[in-house]
Design a protein around this ligand. Structure first.
Ligand code: FDA
Length: 305
């Protein structure tokens, strides 16, 4: 337990190191990161999506980005998102797009971020594709929900993630009935004034909000590697006769690939979140922080491309 905690802090500290983040752009994928990151180029992610599609899995692609601090960087990130949508469409593969608003300038200027999102969502609409906005830490929740509401005034092909560790999750869901959402436990460190701290409380609220969104007839993506939770959701949907077309499961690329294929083979829609890009380092360190057991496979891949 203590070791887990120490290693979590260690990897989170490493993930925030700007020098290493910059250095990693030059190294290419190292330290075993290729297990959980599809590559550094659009071509590599398209190839990965194609391979996953062949295994019966659908995808959502995320272009990794860290520390966007200028308007120019935000604009460049938006361009890459649009290019990614085009490349996925050109290749004829089955993949949506996931984005982080901080990468598109949320911390610099909210209106600018909305402007970029409008361009991305319109580009996706032209390709009949869907954009899912990742939910970042609590301090960005309100702005994220505001941007989503303004986008949804004129576009249906956009949604976001709701985090079960937040006390306000059920209220947020009530306002988002009908919106296709990704439901997650929550990945950031939040204070007890806004978030449940106990694993059991988070799990209970996760199942509660999953049922809430499903019961409202809304499309629900259950994003979790927790096989117990996945089983509970399958059982609930069977009992309540909720059609499989109303929900899907999601997992991260490289995590429990056997279980991903098993769920797809059972006839459920199984979506893999596939990150790619030169900024792989911070993402990789956060995954190691989340689950210290992942360190072993990372070490096995040390220095391997
Ligand atoms: P959790 O980590 O709670 O594990 C529960 C149990 O499942 C474990 O005890 C173990 O038995 C089993 N298990 C879990 N991982 C395993 C593994 N790798 N191998 C074997 N067994 C394992 N967060 C956020 O704040 N905003 C967001 O936008 C997103 N987006 C997102 C998309 C997708 C596709 C996923 C899968 C996750 C996110 N998350 C997220 C992250 C999410 O909030 C959460 O932090 C992680 O998914 C970890 O929680 P789990 O529900 O996966 O299981």
């Amino acid at each position: 337990m203590v070791v887990d905690k120490l290693s979590r802090h260690f990897f989170i500290a490493l993930s925030k190191n700007k020098l290493l983040t910059k250095g990693a752009r030059r190294w290419g994928l190292r330290l075993g990161a290729s297990q959980v990151v599809a590559g550094t180029t659009i071509e590599s992610v398209v190839q990965t999506v194609r391979t996953l599609n062949e295994q019966g899995l659908v995808c959502t692609v995320d272009h990794l980005g860290e520390f966007v601090s200028t308007k120019e960087e935000a604009r460049a990130a938006a361009e890459v998102c649009i290019q990614t949508l085009e490349a996925l469409d050109d290749a004829g593969v089955d993949s949506q797009l996931s984005v982080k608003l901080t990468q598109l300038g949320l911390d610099i200027d909210q209106e600018l971020c909305l402007h970029h999102m409008k361009r991305i969502v319109r580009a996706a609409e032209a390709k009949r594709n869907f954009v899912q906005i990742d939910m970042e830490d609590y301090s960005r929740r309100e702005a994220t929900l505001e941007i989503l509401a303004r986008l949804r005034d004129s576009h249906e092909n956009v949604g976001t993630a709701i985090q079960a560790y937040l006390h306000c999750a059920a209220d947020d869901l009530r306002k988002l009935e009908g919106v296709p959402l990704r439901l997650v436990k929550g990945a950031y460190k939040e204070p007890k004034s806004v978030a449940y701290q106990q694993k059991s409380e988070i799990d209970d609220n996760f199942f509660r909000i999953i049922k809430q969104h499903l019961d409202s007839g809304s499309y629900t993506a259950i994003a979790s590697h927790d096989h117990r939770m996945i089983k509970k959701v399958k059982d609930y949907c069977r009992e309540q006769r909720i059609p499989r077309s109303q929900y899907e499961f999601q997992m991260l690329y490289g995590f429990r690939p056997g279980l991903q294929r098993e769920i797809a083979a059972q006839g459920y829609r199984m979506r893999v979140y596939v990150p790619y890009g030169e900024d792989w380092y911070g993402y990789f360190m956060r995954r190691l922080a989340e689950r210290p057991q992942n360190v072993a496979f990372a070490l096995r891949g040390l220095f391997k491309k």
